[in-house]
Design a protein around this ligand. Structure first.
Ligand SMILES: Cc1ncc(COP(=O)(O)O)c(C=O)c1O
Length: 477
């Protein structure tokens, strides 16, 4: 390990840096200049490229000592990923549920290009711009919320939601309300605040034991349909609880579980009774994925704060937003004597990046345009219903297969739950053989297809899922 650190330092500060610069051709002009190292890195053989990847680059949740295999993607278009080795894979993941319009979408490409020619970025402190304001305003109209903070990623939007809740109570002299309540089986991101409200067993609590703050966890909504556990815990702890954080209707990365909307009605009542702010994390469910445009639309419940992300830019760029009601937005800064207290304490460099905001506006436009089949139905709804029916019909066969515990579909989400974890390296290998792309999580093989997917491509996905669960090499038990 020390050797690796020494090597890295040498690369950054020692002679190698000099050699990277001096081996450049002296005849190249500044406009045609390409650092030789960059040229090599971009043009080296696929096997050398994968070697450097394996030894140097951290991928999500991997160890450099024993990295899981990665597939080298050369390009992507529609619902297809093309590998450097020539294989074409139909994408069952929408790049972690974000790429709803598929890849290389002409309208989204055009939105980025148009915005590029006016400005790719300016700071949002003291300056403002049309794409940022138009996006925030549009998101408020689409959700029924009153204010928007446009931020970098889903995890960050959760951090902002937690800060908003704490600042709101502090401004109202309820300084004791400094913890959160949430449910088991949740996932809200990988930053410290977000990690602290993820599932205490499957999340990262043990990796950061002693550092993560201790919040209050209730039973999963599916195991507590009448909210009696939530009610009991709020009764006991509400003096110290600032907010309830929950993914409405679908618990995503924590297990792909669906639960009835009535839980949210009861949770809203309990939050009101205990002066607890209700935060909906719609980062995974937003933009139609769960069958309604927002999962909250399965109910008439309004949260106080709402986080959205992932599909916000159609998967083009990282962007998210934290939306809040006027009560929260103004309450944060109201001092007890009626004056103005602290501002919202958040403001990273790339707040409301104009490029990302412009592509998000076009993505929303594409989602909400009338569908070709029926003008009364928005495009997203027609596509999500079509995908959902296909998944229902074609995954039904899995119900009777060995080792399958449950098959469930909601909106454009299809899940096959097994009795033991799947082997990620083996599923990856099998995906290349079958021409599809999935990344299982724990016991679940699941799909979130891009909404642009064609029926014959969906067939590749559902047939692929059945073949993967049939293959005993793909199972760990
Ligand atoms: C419900 C939910 N919240 C938060 C996040 C974190 O978002 P990001 O990965 O953009 O930080 C995710 C990501 O999977 C999510 O599913």
């Amino acid at each position: 390990m020390f050797k690796a650190i020494a090597r890295t330092n040498k690369r950054l500060h020692g002679p190698p840096l000099q050699s990277l610069l001096t081996t450049a051709s002296s005849s190249s002009t500044s406009s045609s200049f390409v650092l030789p190292h960059i040229r090599t890195a971009l043009e080296r053989s696929t096997s050398d490229h994968l070697d450097v990847d394996r030894t140097t680059i951290f991928h999500p949740y991997t160890s450099l000592l024993n990295p899981t295999p990665t597939l080298p993607v050369a390009s992507a278009s529609g619902a297809t990923l093309t590998l450097e080795t020539g294989e074409e894979l139909i994408d069952g993941m929408s790049s972690w549920w974000a790429c709803v319009h598929g890849y290389n979408n002409p309208a989204l490409n055009a939105a980025v290009t148009k915005q590029l020619s006016s400005m790719s970025h300016v700071m949002f402190g003291g300056l403002t711009h049309r794409p940022g304001v138009a996006l925030g305003d549009t998101l408020c109209k689409l959700t029924g919320m009153d204010s928007a903070f446009i931020c970098d990623s889903g995890s960050i939007s959760v951090e902002i939601a937690l800060k908003m809740a704490l600042q709101y109570h502090r401004a109202n002299n309820s300084t004791g309300k400094s913890r959160f309540i949430t449910v088991e089986g949740g996932y809200h991101g990988d930053t410290f605040g977000a990690m602290s409200v993820c599932d205490p067993v499957n999340g990262m609590h043990s990796a950061f034991e002693g550092v993560l703050p201790k919040h209050v966890f209730c039973k999963k909504p599916g195991e507590d349909p009448d909210c009696s556990d939530l009610s009991e815990k709020l009764e006991k702890h509400s003096d110290s609880i600032a907010a309830l954080v929950i993914e409405p209707i679908v618990q995503g990365a924590g297990g792909m579980r669906f639960y009835p909307p009535s839980y949210l009605n009861k949770a809203r009542e309990l939050c009101d009774a205990h002066d607890v702010i209700l935060i909906f994390d719609e980062i995974a469910t937003g933009f139609g994925r769960a069958g309604e445009f927002w999962a909250k639309d399965y109910t008439n419940v309004m949260p106080d704060i709402m986080c959205i992300g992932k599909a916000l830019t159609g998967g083009y760029m990282t962007l998210a937003a934290t939306l809040s009601t006027l009560k929260i937005a103004q309450g944060i800064s109201k001092s007890p004597d009626g004056g103005v207290a602290l501002p919202l304490m958040h403001g990273p460099t790339f707040t409301a990046n104009p490029l990302a905001c412009a592509v998000a506006l076009e993505s929303i436009n594409l989602l909400l345009r009338p569908s070709e089949e029926d003008e009364q139905v928005p495009w997203w709804k027609g596509r999500v219903d079509m995908i959902g029916s296909h998944l229902e019909e074609n995954l039904a066969a899995a119900k009777d297969m060995p080792h399958v515990v449950d098959v469930r579909v909601m909106g454009a989400i299809g899940v096959v739950e097994m009795d033991a974890p799947l082997s990620v390296p083996e599923v990856t290998r099998k995906c290349v053989e079958l021409g599809c792309w999935f990344r299982p999580f724990g016991n679940n093989l699941y799909t979130f297809p891009p909404y642009v997917i064609e029926k014959h491509e969906l067939e590749v996905l559902t047939n692929g899922m059945l073949k993967i669960i049939e293959d005993k090499k793909c199972r760990t038990v």
